[in-house]
Write a protein that binds this ligand. Structure first.
Ligand code: ATP
Ligand code: MG
Ligand code: FE
Length: 345
């Protein structure tokens, strides 16, 4: 079965075709980052309008790259939430209309399930069950994935998401949006040991996380150096390194606890922050000691993309799931734990 996937939950328009026999046939992505960068973050109304502009050209491109016609598609999967309501509605409306026009089923997909399953697109894919750390711009979640659709929460951020903290810290240092890649690049020039940031919520048991304190700590550190304008390149690099080490260490500590608590031997790490090189390095060390194997998406599939939505949709469509009715509805908020185990998995 060939499934078209459409992702429009935030500031990336992603479209892809996944074939349950042949794997990913094609994918295309348009990132609106340059458009939002001047505002220092995503402007929801601009995001929605740009999805309208990009979606159909990307669709034509993926069909042409896959070398197939629309009639060869067996279903259309789209991100129905969580995300920006207006942005989601663009993808949902287009997906529902296309599926109706082509006479194939439509299927709403949970954006975080897309992130969670992205590592399964790789050659060395993990089997269920596994523990997952989802770290993105809007979420920091630890969960136990027992089967397709059965996700048991273990812990989450009580305030900012890890990616959001990267973005906000970067903004304070006058770096561009998105902050994660900018901070991680700068941190390579940083001198270790000059600043010591806290590892929030690691001094007590539990798997919840908190990242907003690191934001305040960053602000105070910059203030003590005379303000953002007074920073030289070395200051910025040193702050970036100390900040990144704090986020990474905190995530590693929480992953170690989650693996010990569950006894699981497979850890999946996905979402934008899973692209972070220091996180991958330190997790490899810590998980190696526990005999835990760590799985990541390919670098292109850590942040938002259509491939993960096509893939998640294809698994569910192949299991017989269908959207009922012709309505177009999205959920800006949608807890992952509300999903139910997919029958045949
Ligand atoms: P959500 O998936 O929770 O709805 P989102 O879709 O905006 O949020 P993603 O696209 O998964 O999030 O990831 C974007 C986030 O990942 C941004 O916050 C960005 O700063 C962060 N990020 C990207 N690359 C890196 C990196 N190398 N290191 C750290 N953070 C990174
Ligand atoms: Mg994005
Ligand atoms: Fe995302």
């Amino acid at each position: 079965m060939r499934v078209l996937g459409i992702e429009t939950s935030c500031d990336e328009t992603g479209v892809a075709v996944y074939d349950t026999e042949q794997g990913l046939l094609s994918q295309a992505l348009f990132s609106q980052i340059d458009m939002h960068a001047v505002y220092g973050g995503v402007v929801p109304e601009l995001a929605s309008r740009d999805h309208v502009r990009r979606l159909l050209p990307l669709l034509r491109q993926v069909l042409s790259d896959a070398g197939i016609g629309a009639r060869e598609l067996g279903g259309v999967a789209y991100t129905a939430g969580p995300g920006l309501a207006g942005a989601l509605l663009v993808g949902a409306g287009v997906a529902r209309a296309l599926a109706y026009g082509w006479g194939v089923p439509a299927l709403p997909v949970h954006h975080m399930e897309g992130h969670l399953l992205a590592p399964l697109l790789e050659d060395d894919a993990p089997d269920f069950p596994f523990v997952a750390l989802l770290v993105s711009g809007g979420h920091s979640l630890l969960l136990e994935a027992r089967a397709l659709g059965e996700y048991v929460p273990l812990g989450e951020s009580v305030d900012d998401a890890a990616g959001e903290a990267f973005d906000k810290a970067a903004k304070m240092m006058g770096l561009g949006y998105p902050g994660g890649p900018a901070i991680s690049r700068l941190a390579e020039q940083g001198q270790a040991g000059r600043f010591r940031f806290p590892r929030p919520m690691t001094d007590r048991p539990g798997l919840d996380m908190s990242f907003s304190g690191l934001k305040t700590f960053t602000l105070n550190t910059i203030h003590d150096l005379g303000g953002a304008d007074a920073l030289d390149d070395q200051d910025r690099a040193d702050v970036a390194l100390a900040f990144q080490e704090a986020v990474v260490d905190t995530l590693v500590i929480k992953c170690r606890r989650a693996m010990q608590a569950t006894g699981a031997k497979r850890l999946v790490v996905a979402g934008g922050v899973s692209a972070n090189a220091m996180l991958r390095e330190r997790l490899a060390q810590a998980m190696g000691k526990l005999g835990v194997k760590v799985y990541y998406p390919g670098l292109a599939y850590c942040t938002d993309n259509g491939a993960m939505i096509a893939y998640a949709g294809a698994l569910r469509l192949a299991a017989g799931e269908r959207q009922k009715g012709l309505g177009v509805s999205v959920r800006a908020r949608w807890p992952l734990a509300e999903l139910a185990r997919v029958a045949s998995h």
